[in-house]
Design a protein around this ligand. Structure first.
Ligand code: HEC
Length: 139
């Protein structure tokens, strides 16, 4: 009796672990405190309003490492699971591309490779993350 219980318990644990590992895209997003940054309203900007803002870099550092790093790598150094964002173009060109991708995510052949962040993280949080990523830019 006890043995069977242990077996079932073990299976349940194994399933929970596998489920956790597989549900990679479903991890709860972490809220980002953007206090201290100018509010941006609901209209999406095409260009980063915080470029070069040290406070935005600090907020973006924490926002990125909590919400993006599990796929794109800690400190913006990709482990190969998702593109290395250090190589995104700088300036307005990179901004436009960034905001499109981050708002809508990446759904490829019906599979969510990257979740959409619109409505999940605020515009302020996403531009702070962009500011941090740009500060880590490499050619
Ligand atoms: C669940 C994993 C996952 C998470 C979390 C994630 N991404 Fe992604 N991201 C991807 C994948 C995979 C791609 C590549 C999709 C493709 O093949 O087009 C991608 C692509 C991108 C791109 C386009 C890169 C390029 O070179 O084309 C940007 C920008 C980006 N992600 C930013 C972010 C930001 C910012 C966050 C956090 C707010 C984030 N991602 C969170 C997996 C993720």
């Amino acid at each position: 009796m006890t043995r069977r219980f242990r077996l079932v318990g073990g299976l349940l644990l194994a399933c929970a672990l596998a489920g956790g590992a597989l549900a990679h895209g479903d991890v709860q997003p972490q809220p980002v405190d953007t206090g201290g940054l100018d509010g941006l309203g609901s209209e999406w900007r095409g260009e980063n309003p915080y470029r070069g803002n040290a406070k935005a870099v600090a907020i973006g550092d924490s926002g990125y490492n909590q919400n993006c790093a599990r796929c794109h790598g800690l400190q913006v150094v990709s482990g190969g699971l998702a593109p290395d964002l250090r190589y995104l173009p700088t300036g307005k060109e990179g901004d436009e591309y960034f905001v499109e991708r981050v708002r809508h995510g990446a759904i490829i052949n019906g599979m969510t490779k990257m979740p959409a962040f619109e409505g999940v993280l605020s515009q302020e949080a996403l531009w702070a993350i962009r500011t941090y990523i740009e500060a880590k830019h490499e050619e």
